[in-house]
Design a protein around this ligand. Sequence first.
Ligand code: SAM
Length: 355
Amino acid sequence: MRGLVDILRAEHHLETNDYRALLECDDESVVTYLHRQAREVGDAVFGKGIFVRGLVELTNVCRNNCYYCGIRKSNTAVERYMLTTEQVLQSCQQGYEVGFRTFVLQGGELPRDKAQWLVELVSMIRQRWSDCAITLSLGEWPRDVYEALLKAGANRYLLRHESHNAEHYAKLHPAEMSLSNRLLCLTWLKELGYQVGTGIMVGSPWQSLDNIVEDIEFIEQFKPEMIGLGPFVPQHDTPFGKYANGSAELTCKLYSIFRLMLPNALIPSTTSLNTIDTNGRVKGIMAGANVVMPNLSPVSVRGNYTLYDGKAITNAEAAEGVAQLETQLATIGYHIDWGRGDYNQCAIPNAQFGN
Ligand code: SAM
């Protein structure tokens, strides 16, 4: 099995059955070896710096009804909010003063008539903080909206495909949402010139190992600049409220597989991983992740962005906790890299790894 890890590291590719075998393997020595190889490759590309992104949770208003998500339209138990332009700019200002040079605007999917507001917001952030990267994670929009947001100054877009298997996708989403539209959006984003991130929830209901292999192979051919992976965590007011958490171990295994497959990719150690495992952030980094996204949102609304139960919103998950984050990283020999951390600014060019 170690041989498969060596092949993945050398060739950035495995055959379908070999990906499956690696996912199934629970031999601790092999898993440790996989993580170590991934960390070595991560260190070779990025050194000991971990990028931080300041996350602004713009709104929990959403037009979609994803069965897994706590801010789905039909959840009447959640108190809805939408940050004002001023609140967003204030959050960015506070983040900038702390040292953040990437702002991530994430939120539920707003009504179409809010597109112009979003464009103006991005444009204001771009004008005020010309040295910062702007990442958006605002779901599915028509191509011309993505284009307008890019022209206004956005650089990156995160849109998890959630599952590359149409049958599985349909079990996670209502009929008005489709995998084909999700993939079309990803294609547009790439064509337009965004740095694009995609990914899945690990352990979402009905997800099989074969589904995950399909996701791996999609990501291998799509070659996103960013890969967002976190365990599924139930939210009690959703149709999936009684399902079990995804696995932290499998999530970390996937971080390692993707680090070996796409050495330059930006891979966050996610809040959901840190929610189900108190040492999740560190484990994610030791498995090959190289980004952390502390929360910059106003403290008053954080408790309402309830994607899942128990979501960590304080301490090192929060922008106020960067000192704690720095200390935590130091215990494993890492430090915060305060740079923008664009994909194409990685220390070692892609060519070195043949992808
Ligand atoms: N609406 C945008 C979208 O769908 O891309 C951005 C916001 S959405 C809440 C961000 C991500 O949260 C989703 O891609 C999903 O993978 C994740 N998420 C939602 N509910 C979750 C849950 N119960 N457990 C873990 N992750 C969840």
